[in-house]
Design a binder for this molecule. Sequence first.
Ligand code: ADP
Length: 265
Amino acid sequence: LHYAVHARPVVTDDFACVTVAFEDRTEVEDAGLMRRDFVANVSHELRTPLTAVLGFIETLQGPAANDAGARMRFLEIMGKEARRMNRIVGDLLSLSRVEANRRVRPTDDVDVSAILRSVVLSLSPFAQKQNVALVLEGAEGSDRVMGDQDQLTQVFTNLVENAIKYGGAGRQVSICVAAHTQEPTMRGPALRVDVADQGEGIAQEHIPRLTQRFYRVDSHRSREMGGTGLGLAIVKHIINRHRGRLRIESYAGKGSCFSVILPYE
Ligand code: ADP
């Protein structure tokens, strides 16, 4: 706990005392620390690809100036690193947009099943490339909640993309909609969407930290798959804005299930 102490003398003609006020600064200081950590993380994440690009530019201007083969190879790597920076900046912008509106609950009438059908359609080529079968269940009709269409599309895109990336080639990713469920942590009936994969799973100690910005279980693998480490942080913020819950269950060697629980109103 961090306290700021404010003392003020009060003196009148026949009375003198000192008032002392204690101000709890814990939250303010924690927020300051988090901001500093965040800036350090962003700088580190951007500096790595930037350093690579600068290094290749120098090589192309110097020793490899006349080597056509090296030029093509280096340009390819520079393109990859630049796209990576672009993804990080895009995700940071999404995160800051959601955070800026976090107190305003979205009020559009949104059909979650229709969103899931379009997410599955647009991720089908990626799933095919990774040799993963996408199965959508219970989304034939229309399941409406109060929400933000673009943000919920981003939530399900991130979760299904992760399930494809980390779920293992040759396996199945299932997306299942359950309407009017009673969830332990929700007051009224809710809509639940389970995104389940059959991958390696996630060890229990990592689960509470998965939604922290830039937290990855295996950084190398995440980078290889084009990850930024911000996907689940964005998911968590959007779900909070919808007054919903994100539940993560995972068993090592058996796979993971990310459940999005949304109130109807
Ligand atoms: P990334 O861009 O690295 O995928 P995310 O924020 O989306 O970032 O996810 C954070 C980390 O959580 C990932 O790096 C990965 O280690 C882990 N993770 C996310 N989804 C899954 C999943 N379905 N199976 C196993 N690990 C996962």
